[in-house]
Design a protein around this ligand. Structure first.
Ligand code: TYD
Length: 210
């Protein structure tokens, strides 16, 4: 069956403002009378819950096992019967997801070749490709500043060196594995409204041609 809803993915390193921008984008789409579902990876479902424990260092598994769990969580995100993305898209619902397989390429590309992570995620790519990926680009330094302001315990990937490598991996992945998918890079150092305007300019093109 063909999807009628659009699948929009927001990506970026920690602190890049994805969740704020997703809420603003949702509001804009609702104003256009579009149906909108917002969602995140890792999900709030069983596999996603296990992943969060691993990220908080409460459970320990190998890097490859973690990458595989993300694939399982993603597949369940697409296919589950409660709020699976595939069915929602068929029902004309537009989806905005906070992260998708680009995050796997960037984060797990730290511990294994990105091409291997792409291979692991082939099943997800087969079932669901983003109509648009927006990358909110933040420097590793600014990301660390924002993380430190949160005053929470740091998660697995939250060091300056790792964030810089993750940002670099995103660009490598976009360049090597875009497979003609549409990817837009937006500067996330600018203020929230300016960033939101730029996102809207890009997203709007999906709907004006609908
Ligand atoms: P979380 O704090 O839940 O959300 P965010 O930082 O997006 O606001 O963190 C999710 C973490 O999971 C983040 O550090 C990136 C990581 N991650 C992976 O390592 N692989 C993946 O495939 C995805 C989707 C996320």
């Amino acid at each position: 069956m063909k999807n009628c809803g659009k699948f929009i993915v927001l990506e970026g390193i920690d602190g890049s403002g994805k969740s704020t921008q997703i809420e603003l984008l949702k509001k804009r789409l609702l104003e256009l009378d579009q149906k909108v579902h917002t969602t995140t990876e890792p999900t709030q479902r069983e596999v996603g819950t296990l992943i969060r424990k691993i990220l908080k260092k409460e459970v320990s598994v190998s890097e490859e096992t973690l990458a595989a769990l993300f694939v399982a969580d993603r597949l369940d995100h697409i296919q589950n019967q409660e709020d699976g993305m595939a069915r929602l898209l068929e029902d004309d619902v537009n989806i905005i997801s906070d992260r998708y397989y680009w995050s796997s390429y960037a984060y797990h590309g730290l511990s294994m070749p990105i091409s291997k992570v792409v291979e692991m995620n082939a099943i997800c790519h087969y079932h669901l490709k983003p109509d648009l990926t927006i990358y909110l680009d933040l420097t590793a330094e600014e990301s660390m500043n924002r993380i430190e302001k949160r005053n929470e315990q740091k998660e697995k990937f939250e060091t300056l060196e790792l964030l810089a490598s993750i940002r670099q991996n995103y660009f490598i992945a976009f360049e090597r594995h875009h497979q003609n998918m549409r990817i837009e890079v937006i500067n996330a150092n600018q203020d929230i409204d300016a960033c939101s305007e730029q996102i809207w300019k890009v997203v709007n093109t999906l709907f004006s041609s609908k």
